[in-house]
Ligand binder design. Structure first.
Ligand code: 6PG
Length: 239
C-alpha cells in the first residue's frame, strides 16, 4: 500500500486532481479508460476537476466508466451518474460517447450483462480480462468497496466483469465491477476521508484479523500497488 495523507479532504482532492490530470496527460494511448466510484468522497474531486481543468483538451481522451451504480434512474438523488454529471460532465467539454454510464433504470441482471459486454468490447483486454487505466475507489465505513459488501465477498472472485449486488441495509440493487477486474487495473487509487473510516483503515493497514472480513482488504492489484489517499482524520490510527 502506498499511503498519501493530506490535512483535509479539500487538500486531498486538490492534490489528486493534479496527479490524475498529469497521469492522463502522460498516458501514451489514444484513450484513457477511467472507472470512477460513487459516494460522497469523489464529489470534491469532481468539483476541483471542473474548476481547475474546465478547458482542458485532455477530456477528449478520457473514457469515464463506473465502478458501480445504484439501480435507480439517472436523475435519482442516489444515482452516481447524476452527481458526476452535475459536478463534472455538465461543466466540461467531453464527447458524449466518452461517458459510459451504467443504466440504473434497467433490470439489474440485464444491465450487468450489457455493461460487461460494453467493457469487453471497448476496454483493452489482457488474458481476456479488461484492464482499466485507472480505477478510483472509495471505502465504506463497513469496509466495502465498489458495491462489494462484507456479506457478498464472493464478488471479489466472480468470473464476471460486472455483477449485481444488494446493499445489506437498504436492499438496494447495485451493478458493480467485480474484484478480478478491479485488481487488474493498471493503477488503483483509494480516496478515503473522515473519522468514520478510522477503524477500517487501521485494520487494513495493520492487517488485523478483522481486516479479513473487509472487501477493501482484498483489493491488491496484480501489476501495481494500490495508492491510498487519506485525510488526517481517516489516517488517525496509522503511523
Ligand atoms: C457507492 C460507492 C461506494 C463508496 C463507498 C464510500 O456507490 O456508494 O461506489 O463504494 O465508494 O460507500 O462512500 P463515501 O465516499 O460516501 O464514504
Amino acid at each position: 500500500m502506498n499511503i498519501n495523507v493530506s490535512k483535509t479532504p479539500e487538500e486531498l482532492a486538490g492534490q489528486f486532481a493534479d496527479q490524475l490530470m498529469k497521469i492522463i496527460e502522460t498516458h501514451s494511448g489514444e484513450k484513457f479508460h477511467l472507472a470512477i466510484s460513487g459516494g460522497k468522497t469523489p464529489d470534491l474531486l469532481f468539483s476541483v476537476l471542473a474548476e481547475k481543468y474546465v478547458h482542458s483538451e485532455l477530456w477528449n481522451k478520457v473514457h469515464f466508466w463506473w465502478v458501480d451504480e445504484r439501480m435507480v434512474a439517472p436523475d435519482h438523488p442516489e444515482s452516481n451518474f447524476r452527481i458526476a454529471h452535475k459536478l463534472l460532465f455538465s461543466q466540461i467539454s467531453i464527447p458524449e460517447e466518452n461517458i459510459h454510464r451504467i443504466k440504473g433504470e434497467n433490470d439489474p441482471e440485464t444491465e450487468a450483462n450489457s455493461y460487461s459486454a460494453q467493457i469487453q468490447e471497448q476496454v483493452p483486454l489482457q488474458e481476456n480480462w479488461p484492464v482499466f487505466d485507472l480505477i478510483l475507489l472509495g471505502m465504506g465505513d463497513d469496509g466495502h468497496t465498489a458495491s462489494i459488501f462484507p456479506d457478498q465477498m464472493e464478488l471479489l472472485h466472480s468470473d464476471s466483469i460486472c455483477a449485481v449486488a444488494t446493499h445489506p441495509q437498504s436492499g438496494q440493487k447495485r451493478v458493480t465491477l467485480t474484484g478480478k477486474v478491479i485488481n487488474r487495473a493498471k493503477q488503483l487509487v483509494f480516496l478515503v476521508t473522515g473519522e468514520s473510516k478510522i477503524e477500517r483503515v487501521s485494520e487494513i493497514f495493520h492487517k488485523t484479523k478483522e481486516a479479513r472480513n473487509l472487501p477493501a482488504f482484498y483489493i491488491a492489484p496484480l501489476t501495481t500497488t494500490a495508492e491510498w489517499h487519506l485525510d488526517e482524520d481517516a489516517a488517525k490510527k496509522i503511523s
